[in-house]
Design a binder for this molecule. Structure first.
Ligand code: COA
Length: 261
């Protein structure tokens, strides 16, 4: 059962998160991607059968969190840090999807003492964005929404999954979606990845068009303690397209690789 817990405050604004609490130690914090909110992690919060706290945050201006005037990577990182402080979490596994993966990487570089492991899901150490995506999120949001399924999913993924996803993304303000993609476009930590020295699970769909398998192979080749899992018949929205595979991979990784929270 997913419990709804109220907000915590960051810069006098409310930040929302969902939590599936356990009685044991150990926390995984899930961070969504561009134009998304915590809904993308519902299959993990509901069905990931692990005796750990599972938390999915709504980044500023996303989901139920308050609207912020200005968005940047540093604010996203600091909001995750505030969540960790507020919930008195000593160390967590951070699991980020796409932009959320950029937040997780930057969080690790800024606050390594808080991170016991990383799960990099459909993401990259550099996330250049197609100009048409930046253009459409700013000037043609309906065209952007119409094209979302092509980029975000494997073509054979069930239409109902694609439809439900687009419906949720359409609730996020176009400017916010644009800002998210700008943050991705400016993100480049390729030369810092070899300094990651916590266990790392790298997850990617074999048919991911937005963050191709090559990006994940780079993580796997560069991070000493990494495990790469390429999931067949999945696109960029792995955790919704293949939730059972993703949950199994996360469970294996945490049980085998994460020792002390
Ligand atoms: N990991 C490993 N390699 C990467 C990488 C990553 N995260 N990001 C880029 N590269 C590689 C590219 O494969 C390319 O290699 P190549 O020269 O051997 O072909 C090189 O670095 C340069 O790529 P990039 O910096 O992306 O510039 P570009 O001008 O070649 O391409 C885009 C720009 C936008 C066309 C391209 O990045 C793209 O197709 N992006 C995916 C689509 C998208 O919009 N994704 C959204 C992500 S949130």
């Amino acid at each position: 059962m997913v419990n709804k817990i109220p907000y915590f405050e960051y810069s006098k604004k409310k930040i929302y998160y969902e939590i599936n609490e356990s009685k044991s130690d150990g926390t995984i914090i899930f961070i969504h991607g561009s134009g998304e909110y915590s809904f993308v992690w519902e299959p993990q919060l509901k069905n990931l059968d692990m005796d750990m706290d599972l938390i999915a945050i709504d980044l500023p201006s996303h989901g139920k969190s308050d609207k912020f005037e200005k968005l940047d990577l540093n604010i996203y990182v600091e909001v995750v840090q505030k969540l960790i402080e507020e919930l008195e979490i000593k160390k967590a596994v951070l699991c980020g999807h796409s932009l959320g993966g950029a937040v997780a990487q930057q969080f690790y570089f800024d606050h390594p003492e808080r991170v016991v492991g990383l799960i990099l899901c459909s993401t990259g150490a550099k996330l250049r964005v197609l100009p048409v995506i930046l253009e459409n999120t700013l000037h043609n949001f309906n065209t952007f929404l119409n094209n979302v399924p092509v980029g975000a999913f494997y073509r054979k993924t069930k239409e109902e999954i694609k439809r439900a996803y687009v419906e949720e993304v359409s609730k996020i303000e176009p400017q916010v979606v644009h800002d998210d993609f700008k943050i991705c476009d400016n993100f480049d930590v390729m030369d810092k990845i070899d300094s990651i020295n916590v266990p790392c699970l790298v997850l990617v769909g074999n048919a991911d068009k937005l963050t191709p398998v090559k990006y994940s192979k780079f993580f796997d080749d560069t991070i000493e303690n990494s495990t790469l899992k390429v999931i067949e018949d999945a696109g960029h929205s792995l955790m919704l397209e293949k939730p059972d595979h993703v949950n199994k991979a996360i469970k294996n990784f945490v049980q085998k690789k994460i020792k002390n929270f």
